[in-house]
Design a protein around this ligand. Structure first.
Ligand code: GLN
Length: 297
């Protein structure tokens, strides 16, 4: 089936198999410049049909129901207008759990999973029931904070954000994964108002694009909250505030784990050094960028 057929609705529903729809949708998305068009099309289909990727591939030859085809056609139009798939379907998977996503929050990215991974490695005692005290600054959807609360059965997890609508989404995700009783949600900037030396760990995926980069960003990014992405002239405004706050709020020996921009690692390490923190380690993402930086107070 050609993309033009799907567009013109000229094919009968009886030949609209999942395989055909995926091929045509991929071509249409590709044409308007959507990156990883095939994956976007698969995500739409998985959500519309309520199945995972394995399920999808097992049923490629099946004909779409009229309802599924109608829903997919609306979703495909939104995706072609460059709305992020996670907002269209209302969900994104992170650290093997499904998170509710609305335009009030940043769409969780795979590279952010390295923040969770680094935290889990720094505190093996968290899994055996130690009460790790952690703050996720700029929690957004709550993906980092909720994942850590799920990993560590007795952790004290504080999730902060400057956006109240974002905190509501984070709370919903904590409820969804059964950890809301062990989490606290606070509307604040960086680590304002926390008692000195009261935390073992600070984690954050701060806004780290420069305003210039944000201005030039691809269309999908414009749907996401600017507050979650734009880190000011050099991209490091919020990073600086977090480092300063973490120095105060962390106990001696406590860890700060930060996601940084692809080319920012050296500058952030210098910033941490100047602030008097001890060098920890750097984790690279799957594309090879130094993406997560860990330092000790
Ligand atoms: N902590 C959330 C995430 O990692 C939101 C981060 C942000 O808004 N900058 O997806």
């Amino acid at each position: 089936m050609r993309a033009a057929d799907l567009e013109a609705g000229s094919l009968q529903a009886s030949v609209l198999t999942l395989r055909n729809w995926l091929a045509a949708a991929t071509a249409l998305l590709d044409n308007v410049g959507v990156r990883d068009a095939r994956i976007a099309a698969e995500w739409l289909a998985m959500a519309a049909l309520g199945m995972d990727r394995a399920g999808l591939y097992a049923r490629l030859g099946e004909t779409l129901s009229v309802e599924a085809a109608a829903r997919l056609s609306v979703w495909l139009d939104r995706c072609r207008a460059r709305e992020p798939v996670a907002y269209i379907v209302g969900e994104r998977e992170f650290w093997s759990r499904a998170f509710t996503i609305t335009p009030a929050v940043l769409v969780p990215r795979p590279e952010t999973e390295h923040v969770v991974e680094a935290a889990v490695d720094c505190f093996p005692e968290g899994r055996t029931g130690e009460a790790v005290r952690v703050c996720d600054v700029g929690t957004g959807s709550g993906c980092i904070a909720v994942s850590l609360a799920c990993e560590w059965p007795r952790a004290f997890v504080l999730a902060t954000d400057v956006s109240l609508p974002a905190l509501r989404v984070a709370r919903r995700n904590a409820q969804r994964h059964g950890v809301v009783d062990r989490m606290y949600f606070v509307c604040s900037h960086a680590l304002d108002g926390l008692s000195p030396a009261s935390l073992d760990l600070v984690v954050a995926n701060p806004p780290y694009l420069t305003t210039e980069e944000w201005n030039r960003a691809e269309p999908e990014l414009r749907w996401e909250p600017r507050l979650a992405l734009d880190g000011g002239a050099d991209g490091l405004d919020v990073v600086r505030a977090i480092v300063e706050g973490a120095r105060r709020a962390l106990r001696p020996g406590g860890w700060l784990i930060l996601e940084v921009g692809a080319t920012q690692a050296q500058r952030v390490e210098a910033l941490l050094r100047e602030a008097g923190m001890e060098r920890g380690f750097v984790r690279h993402d799957l594309a090879g960028w130094p993406r997560v930086i860990a330092a000790r107070n």
